[in-house]
Design a protein around this ligand. Structure first.
Ligand SMILES: C[S@@+](CC[C@H](N)C(=O)[O-])C[C@H]1O[C@@H](n2cnc3c(N)ncnc32)[C@H](O)[C@@H]1O
Length: 178
C-alpha cells in the first residue's frame, strides 16, 4: 500500500517520469524475468526500478555473488530501495543516460542482463549503448503498455515478445533481446 501511495504522489508530481497510472504487478515482474538462466548471470543492471517489487524478484532468483546495480533518478525511490535492500544491491541515483559511466565505475566488462522499467523517452536515451551491449550478448528485458509504439521505437533491435500480463492494469507486454 505504501508503494501505491508513493507511486500516485509521484505520478501527480511528474507523470513523464513514471509514465504509468498504477504500479506494475508482481505478475508482470514474473513475466519479465521468466526463462533466464540465472547460473550464467553475474552482472545485472536494473533501470528505473521504482519501488521494490521488481528488484525483489531479481534478488530472489540470483546466484550468490551476482552483482545487481539499480539506476534510479528519483530520490523517493532511491531512499525506499536503500531502506528495503541495504547492501544487497548497488543503488546508483542517476539518469540512465549515464549507463556506460556506471558500467565502467563498477568495472563491468559485460553486463549479462539489463531489466528496464523505463518509459520511452529515457529508454531511447540509451539506445546507442544498448545496441553495443546486446550485440555483445547482453540479455535485455523490457515491457510496454503500447506494443505498436514499442515495436516502432525498437525497430532497429531484434526484439521478441515473450509474455503478456493480463493481470496487470493496463495489460502489459514483455519483450526481450537475446
Ligand atoms: C513508473 S516507472 C516503473 C515501471 C512501470 N511503468 C510501472 O507501472 O510500475 C518508471 C521508473 O523509471 C524511473 N525513471 C524515469 N526516468 C528515468 C531516468 N532518466 N533515469 C533513471 N530512472 C528513471 C522512474 O523514477 C521510475 O522508477
Amino acid at each position: 500500500m505504501k508503494e501505491r501511495i508513493m507511486f500516485l504522489l509521484q505520478m501527480i508530481r511528474n507523470n513523464k517520469i513514471n509514465a504509468s497510472i498504477t504500479p506494475s504487478s508482481r505478475f508482470l515482474a514474473k513475466q519479465m524475468i521468466k526463462w533466464i538462466d540465472w547460473k550464467s548471470i553475474d552482472t545485472i543492471i536494473e533501470l528505473g526500478p521504482w519501488t521494490w517489487i521488481f528488484t525483489k524478484h531479481i534478488i530472489d532468483n540470483i546466484k550468490v555473488g551476482t552483482k545487481i546495480i539499480v539506476v534510479e533518478i528519483e530520490d523517493i525511490y532511491v531512499t525506499h530501495l536503500k531502506e528495503k535492500f541495504g547492501d544487497k544491491i548497488i543503488i546508483e541515483k542517476s539518469d540512465v543516460k549515464n549507463i556506460d559511466e556506471i558500467r565502467k565505475k563498477y568495472n563491468i566488462k559485460k553486463i549479462d542482463l539489463i531489466v528496464s522499467w523505463l518509459p520511452f523517452i529515457p529508454a531511447e536515451s540509451i539506445h546507442d549503448k544498448l545496441k553495443i551491449y546486446t550485440s555483445q550478448g547482453t540479455i535485455f528485458r523490457s515491457f510496454t503498455y503500447h506494443p505498436k509504439k514499442f515495436r516502432n521505437i525498437y525497430a532497429e533491435f531484434p526484439v521478441n515478445e515473450v509474455g503478456f500480463s493480463l493481470v496487470n492494469i493496463p495489460p502489459a507486454r514483455v519483450y526481450w533481446i537475446n
